[in-house]
Design a protein around this ligand. Structure first.
Ligand code: BES
Ligand code: MN
Ligand code: MN
Length: 461
């Protein structure tokens, strides 16, 4: 029996098991879900064991554990380390979901006429991670494991993988491999396969502006007392110039400029600005002068306010000058920019522009290095060949705007390159209400992954 026949025979169960996994609210950001998150690791470990992995272990860290498992078939064959995450983003705002986030349902959509699974984590990353477990099960069951395979499934990706570098350092030998394979990114469309060749880095800060020592009557004090909310808004507005370039001093110093040839190659990837605008209901795109929308979303750094609050937000009007104002700001980084350096530059700049009337606190939240992956490697070629086999089209290389901070650490700590062979769509609403993952995508992934292993085993010198 081949892997595809096995998959067709076990299709219903492979779906049911994913739905069961999606019922576990493994929200790493919220301590209220701590028991569920630990339980989720055990469930993933059980699946790996049942699928035929050896030495399966739920390895404790200072945070949520990492699930490890492996299958050694032949020491002369190469080893693929599969990485994924079992933690998910919070479901908030829950009132915007059409069905409960942790009660998966299948519905068809315009882009998923054959049905999509609606649940938090359906695409990011339980659905995609679980494709690897099911593909592995099929390979073991049909006696077709073409190389050595290791699994490393973590539970803190959505909170910045803070303990994972320690894990890599502590388990270097156990994790020894030839390449890392990750499905935690997307493709352009179900009929336009693509492989992600780059991820942006991240510097994420929270700022707190303090004016008067208490909330004040806005009539009695307004006009002379500094208003931290007004001031924070002015400070934030001043961070970009009229061409939407970020003015934080030194921000672009290390930015890698792409050659015209590279930019021309990027422009080959299909992108419709009209469809993009329509998909998120906007009438115009925004962004840095001189760059196309796909470039602004991948090879250029950004600065975005992710949240801003302070003062009175209840019903009706309350006349008040708040004592404090806050914002959370993310900066997506491109190759050669360093998150710590950018955070320091942001803090220095923000302090410089703060008026004397307020005091300022800048707190660094999580960060991550950008990463680019080669396209001339046997591993990339294996992924390309695998997708070409199952999609009938050679996948297009694309740089993504998202971040998976551990990818840079795989290279720095383990000396391993990563292949980002993801299967989600941008419209799958990851991190948003009504996240979903196409049944087509789930099963296409399960079908493609064994081809990757076979192609890699064949190519690896
Ligand atoms: N899987 C995503 C990243 C992603 C999605 C990359 C689609 C490319 C295409 C990942 O789980 C994620 O959400 N990462 C965070 C980073 C983080 C430090 C919380 C992000 O990009 O915001
Ligand atoms: Mn993810
Ligand atoms: Mn995510």
């Amino acid at each position: 029996m081949d892997v595809r026949e096995y998959m067709n025979e076990h299709r219903e169960r492979m779906l049911e098991e994913l739905l069961e996994l999606l019922r576990i609210p493994s929200v790493s950001a919220d301590a209220a879900f701590s028991d569920d998150t630990f339980r989720c690791a055990e469930v993933v470990a059980d699946h790996l064991r049942k699928a035929g992995a050896d030495n399966v272990e739920v390895v404790a860290t200072k945070g949520y554990p990492v699930v490890f498992g492996e299958k050694q078939v032949d020491p002369s064959k190469p080893t693929v380390l599969v990485y994924g995450h079992y933690d998910v983003q919070p479901a908030d705002p829950i009132e915007l979901w059409d069905s409960p986030a942790f009660e998966p349902v299948i519905k068809s959509t315009e882009l998923h006429p054959e049905g999509a699974i609606f649940a938090r984590g359906a695409c990011d990353d339980k659905g995609q991670m679980f494709m690897h477990v099911k593909a592995f099960e099929a390979m073991v069951a049909t006696g077709q494991v073409p190389c050595n395979i290791k699994f490393m499934i973590e539970g803190e990706e959505e909170v910045g993988s803070v303990h994972l570098e320690d894990f890599l350092r502590a388990h270097k030998d156990r994790l020894a491999a030839d390449v890392v394979l990750v499905s935690d990114t997307g493709i352009i469309a179900n009929d336009v396969p693509s492989i992600t060749t780059g991820l942006r880095g991240l510097s994420y800060v929270e700022v707190e502006v303090t004016g008067p020592n208490r909330d004040l009557h806005s009539g009695l004090y307004g006009g002379a007392a500094p208003n931290p909310i007004n001031i924070l808004c002015e400070m934030i507005a001043s961070l970009k110039d009229e061409h939407q370039q970020i003015v934080v001093e030194g921000f672009y110093d290390d930015v890698e400029e792409l050659s015209e040839t590279e930019r021309a190659a990027m422009a080959e990837a299909p992108f419709s600005e009209e469809a993009y605008k329509k998909s998120i209901d906007i009438s115009a795109v925004e962004g840095e002068r001189g760059y196309s929308a796909p470039e602004r979303m991948s090879i250029r750094p950004t600065l975005d306010v992710n949240g801003i609050w302070g003062g009175y937000q209840g019903e009706g009007a309350k006349t008040v000058i708040a004592s404090k104002a806050y914002a959370k700001i993310s900066m997506r980084l491109v190759p050669h920019q360093d998150p710590d350096d950018i955070t320091a530059k942001f803090e220095a700049h923000f302090n410089r522009i703060a008026p004397e009337s307020v005091s300022l606190k800048v707190t660094a939240m999580h960060g991550g290095q950008p990463a680019v992956t080669p396209t001339d490697s046997p591993a990339y070629q294996a992924a390309s060949a695998a997708m070409a086999l199952t999609y009938g089209k050679v996948p297009v290389p694309v740089r993504s705007g998202g971040s998976i901070p551990i990818v840079a650490s795989f290279e720095q700590i383990l000396g391993l390159k990563t292949v980002l062979m993801g299967f989600g769509l941008d419209s799958d609403a990851i991190h948003s209400p009504n996240e979903h993952y196409g049944l087509f995508n789930y099963f296409k992934g399960i079908e493609t992954i064994p081809h990757f292993h076979a192609e890699f085993a064949q190519r690896h010198g």
